[in-house]
Design a protein around this ligand. Sequence first.
Ligand SMILES: [Fe+2]
Ligand SMILES: [Fe+2]
Length: 261
Amino acid sequence: MNLDSALQKHAEWKTKFRTAISNKEMLDDLTIAKDNCCELGKWLYGESEALYGMLESHKNCKAKHKIFHMEAGKIATAINLKKYTEAEAMLGTNTPYNKASNETGIAIVQLKKEVDTNAAQLQQPKSETFFDWSDELSVGNQFIDDDHKKLIKMINNFHNAMQEGRGKEVISKVLNNLFIYTSEHFKREEDEMLRIKYALFEDHRRKHQQLISQVENLQTDLDNGKIMLTTKVSDFLKDWLYSHILQTDKLLAAAISKAKS
Ligand SMILES: [Fe+2]
Ligand SMILES: [Fe+2]
């Protein structure tokens, strides 16, 4: 729908009426009075509803456009009844027709602005992050927090690679990098546990080992073509890291901080 041309066409009605008056033409006043017969009207009640129906400017344009056609219909009827002086007066300034015409023009311009903005936004890729770092995830230990932030970034990369439908090799490489970094991170935590003679060492290490073997199985299945990677895998990694940080790593961080004091 070209809203610029709709704007022009509605403004042209004044000239059309004046021509009809001077040529003593007959007009289709019933159709003119309807707000769903012109090109803009068809669009407003048709395909634009689903796309822009929620916009205030769309609702406003519909309302003003309806009044415009009602007033235009009255003028067309006056012309058909050969009440030319009356019809001419109805086209003047400070008349309901003139007001409706101006307001419809403004409403079309406003709607066009919003439609253009919407179109520009739709063209931009959505930048929603799959897994966001939040303060809730901080365990209060710098090296553990930094490692977790990096892991979150890597899980996001992995998720994006899958969502964007990257090739199997790319996905496998991203997953492998994630696996390597996770192993290094676990080793750092475990070294720290040994250093402070952590009471829950065995339990914590077992949880790390479980994840490592789960990811190893995943990689093997992927390489053998047994499974297709879906976002379920990134959901699983996200959930695992999230609950491991909150339930297990926080206890470790508290013990490290206690050992320092
Ligand atoms: Fe851990
Ligand atoms: Fe951790």
